[in-house]
Design a protein around this ligand. Structure first.
Ligand SMILES: [Zn+2]
Ligand SMILES: [Zn+2]
Length: 368
C-alpha cells in the first residue's frame, strides 16, 4: 500500500486541491517514483489556463499536472531490474525519465520518430480519481508506466539541475540535433528564458563559434552571457526588427546566422528570425505552441536563400540520456543552479502557479 498526496487538477481556472490517495500496488513493468522535484513548465501553465487543452491529447479530468520531474525509485514492478542504459535499478536510485511513453514497436517508433507513435501517452492525461492516481508530477509519487524509458541520474548532478532535463533541456538539445548544428557555426537564440539559456549553452557545447542571444529583459541577457552567449541583442535598446537583423548580420561577417532557435513563443519572432539566417540557414521552431496565432512572411526570401524550417515538438527518449551527460559535464562550468531558484511545497501549489504566471521566478519548482 502506497499512501501519498496529489494536487488534483479539476480543470482550467479552478484551484488545485491537495488530496490523499492510497494505491494498493503497482503493476508488472511499472516503477513507483518518489517525486523529489517537479518544475512548473510553460505547458503546465498553459494547461492551468486552458490555452493548452490536455483533452486535445485525449486527456481526462480530474488529473495531475506536472511533467518536468525527477525522483527516486520507491518500488519496482515485476520484471524491472535496470534502466534504459542497462544500469541496475534499486530502491532509492535517483532517476529521470521522459514524460511520455510509446510502444517501441510501431512504424513511427521503428523509424526513430517515437513522438509520432499512435500509442503515445503522457503524464497529465490520465484520471486522478482512480488507480494509479499518481499520474502527474505534482504529488508525492508518480507511477511510471510499463515500457517507459528511464535513466539513472549521475551522482554529480543534483535533483535541482536534473529536473529540467526531461523537458526544456532535452527539447533544445533535440532541436539543435535535428538541424545538425556543428562546429564553427553561428547561432542566434531568440528568447533567453530557461529554454533559451539551455540553447545558448548547448550550442556552445556543440562547437558554435558565435552565439547571439536576443531578448528584451536585461537580467535574462546578462544570464545568457553567463551561459556562453558571445553577443547580446537587447530588444529594448534596438527596438526595430530590421535593425536587429542588421546587427546579427554585422556580428556574422555579413553572412547571417547558420542556425536560429526560436524560444520566444510569439509568432512575430519568426519573420525576424528567418531574416537573421544566412544562405542555407536552418530555423528551429520550438516556442510557438498556441494554436491559431499566425504570421505573414515572404516565401521568396526563404526560397532564394535555401533556408529550412524545422518544427520541434518533444524529443526522442534517448536525448534525455545525453541531456544528463551534458549536465554531468557542465554542472560546474555553467550557472545552471540559477534556473531553478524558487521552490514551493506541494500544499502551496496555487501560490506557486500564480507566481510562475507573474514571472516572479525564471522557474518555479514544487518540492513535495
Ligand atoms: Zn515542459
Ligand atoms: Zn510506437
Amino acid at each position: 500500500m502506497y499512501e501519498g498526496r496529489i494536487a488534483r487538477f479539476d480543470g482550467p481556472g479552478k484551484p488545485f486541491t491537495i488530496e490523499k490517495v492510497s494505491l494498493a500496488d503497482i503493476g508488472p513493468g511499472e516503477i513507483l517514483i518518489k517525486v523529489t522535484r517537479a518544475n512548473i513548465c510553460g505547458s503546465d501553465l498553459h494547461a492551468w489556463h486552458g490555452t493548452f487543452e490536455t483533452r486535445g491529447l485525449g486527456g481526462e479530468l480530474p488529473t495531475v499536472l506536472g511533467h518536468e520531474m525527477v525522483g527516486t525509485v520507491a518500488a519496482l514492478g515485476d520484471g524491472v531490474t535496470e534502466d534504459s542504459n542497462g544500469k541496475p535499478l534499486a530502491e532509492g536510485t535517483r532517476v529521470a525519465f521522459p514524460y511520455y511513453t510509446v510502444c517501441h514497436k510501431c512504424r513511427a517508433c521503428l523509424s526513430g520518430r517515437r513522438v509520432a507513435c499512435p500509442h503515445l501517452t503522457m503524464a497529465m492525461l490520465k484520471r486522478a480519481d482512480k488507480p494509479p492516481y499518481f499520474v502527474g508530477g505534482y504529488g508525492d509519487y508518480y507511477v511510471l508506466p510499463a515500457g517507459a524509458v528511464v535513466y539513472t541520474i549521475p551522482d554529480a548532478v543534483s535533483d535541482e539541475l536534473a529536473s529540467g532535463a526531461n523537458c526544456a533541456l532535452s527539447q533544445v538539445m533535440h532541436g539543435l540535433e535535428r538541424v545538425n548544428q556543428g562546429f564553427g557555426e553561428t547561432v542566434v537564440v531568440q528568447g533567453a528564458g530557461a529554454l533559451g539559456l539551455y540553447a545558448v549553452a548547448v550550442a556552445k557545447a556543440r562547437g558554435a563559434r558565435t552565439v547571439i542571444a536576443v531578448d528584451g529583459v536585461r537580467d535574462r541577457l546578462d544570464l545568457a552571457a553567463e551561459f556562453g552567449a558571445d553577443h547580446l541583442v537587447d530588444i529594448s535598446e534596438i527596438t526595430e526588427p530590421r535593425d536587429r537583423v542588421k546587427r546579427v548580420r554585422a556580428l556574422t561577417e555579413g553572412l547571417g546566422a547558420d542556425v536560429v532557435v526560436e524560444v520566444v513563443g510569439h509568432p512575430s519572432a519568426i519573420d525576424e528570425g528567418l531574416k537573421m539566417l544566412g544562405q542555407f540557414g536552418r530555423y528551429v521552431e520550438i516556442g510557438n505552441i498556441n494554436i491559431g496565432k499566425t504570421v505573414e512572411f515572404d516565401p521568396s526570401r526563404f526560397v532564394f536563400s535555401n533556408k529550412t524550417m524545422v518544427g520541434v515538438s518533444m524529443y526522442e527518449p534517448a536525448v534525455l540520456s545525453r541531456a544528463l551527460v551534458f549536465l554531468e559535464m557542465y554542472h560546474d562550468k555553467l550557472p545552471l543552479e540559477k534556473l531553478g531558484a524558487a521552490t514551493y511545497a506541494l500544499e502551496d501549489i496555487n501560490e506557486a502557479f500564480t507566481a510562475a504566471e507573474n514571472r516572479r521566478d525564471i522557474r518555479a519548482s514544487i518540492v513535495p
